[in-house]
Design a protein around this ligand. Structure first.
Ligand SMILES: [Zn+2]
Length: 349
């Protein structure tokens, strides 16, 4: 996709339509679809939408530093920094509207989220995960990853990333089980070739309607092959972020374009806890849903069960022919008699 240039003519052109379509697609421009071709970046509605993405995506400062040597100003003016911001690899899910952002801020301000902080049960409804023997006393969710179409580079670090996801969620009180059967999973991820600058997306993030039989699906882009850590962030963002009901936030793991966020001290894994997002909404939501008490990561240092010894079939009563040599001992263990051959009669004690 070519980088749009700032337009100075009054008639809307291809670049204006690209900007308008993009802002509309990602939730920053609320106008009817048919009106998009009429808009230019100089229109008030467009400037308001440009200002919205400038203020929301925390990578805006990085882009502005490159072009203007200062942090971004949400002035609604479409220039090279904003063009770069809108061309970054990003999640395909839309950003919350201004109204939704205000609503969420209000929700957190009133600590309304704590009402869900029971710390009991599984996701999406209590007791869904039969793999968890303590499913009625802690939260767990099953994740299936279909990696058949992943590239060899993605496959090379996929296991490491999935472990990162498990660590990250265990911090907040959620156990993530990896299952090999899609039908068993509440969350599933697959790989496909996604057009444009979208590197992944999740189908929906509405927890309300889910049941044990609900499977939420997400996609990862086979054309996105960053280093392992960045890829871990993408998986956390898609599967556990959107999959557990998080919307995009300004900054942090749920920023629409991926940011490098701090790891948990002492580990290499991404974490919601120290992700640096404003208000840390993803972490607060995670802890309020899942109690905030760390739980063990499933499958870490598993103790292999000792294979049970096959029970020896008891020798049934009857007459037997000794086919080899039989040494007969008396019950106290002292040897006695000579080896015998011939018939043996087994009788009950
Ligand atoms: Zn997203």
């Amino acid at each position: 996709m070519s980088t749009p240039k700032k337009k100075k003519v009054s008639q809307p052109g291809a670049a204006d339509l690209w900007v308008a379509t993009w802002l509309h697609q990602y939730g920053h421009l609320q106008v009817p679809l048919k009106d998009l071709p009429k808009l230019s970046v100089n229109d008030t509605a467009m400037q308001s939408a440009v200002s919205s993405i400038q203020a929301f995506d925390a990578n805006g400062d990085n882009c502005s530093l490159v072009h203007h040597n200062r942090n971004i100003e949400p002035d609604g003016l479409f220039g090279p920094a904003t063009a770069q911001l809108m061309s970054l690899p990003r999640c395909g899910d839309r950003d919350p509207t201004l109204e939704e952002r205000a609503e969420e801020a209000k929700e957190f301000a009133s600590m309304g989220m704590t009402e869900a902080a029971t710390g009991v049960g599984s996701w999406p409804v209590p007791g869904c995960n039969p793999d968890d023997s303590q499913r009625n006393s802690r939260h767990s969710v099953r994740l299936y990853v279909d990696s058949r179409r992943a590239t060899s580079k993605q496959k090379s670090y996929l296991d490491r990333c999935i472990r990162g996801v498990q660590e990250c969620c265990a911090e907040a009180g959620l156990q993530v089980y990896i299952v090999n059967n899609k039908a068993d999973a509440e969350l599933s991820l697959a790989f496909e070739s996604i057009k444009g600058n979208v590197i992944g997306y999740f189908y929906l993030y509405n927890l309300g309607a889910n049941t044990c039989n609900t499977s939420l699906r997400g996609m990862l882009d086979v054309n996105y092959e960053p280093d392992w850590y960045q890829f871990c962030l993408l998986i956390v963002h898609e599967a556990l972020g959107h999959g557990l009901g998080h919307q995009h936030t300004s900054g942090g793991i749920m920023n629409p374009s991926l940011l490098r966020t701090p790891t948990r001290p002492g580990t290499e894994w991404p974490t919601y806890k120290n992700d640096g997002s404003s208000g840390n909404t993803a972490w607060r939501r995670m802890t309020s849903w899942f109690g905030g008490q760390a739980v063990p990561v499933p499958g870490v240092d598993p103790v292999d069960p000792v294979d049970p010894v096959d029970p020896v079939d008891p020798v049934p009563d009857g007459n037997y022919v000794v086919t080899g040599e039989l040494q007969v001992r008396v019950l106290d263990g002292t040897p006695g008699g000579k080896p015998v051959t011939g018939k043996l009669i087994v009788v009950p004690k």
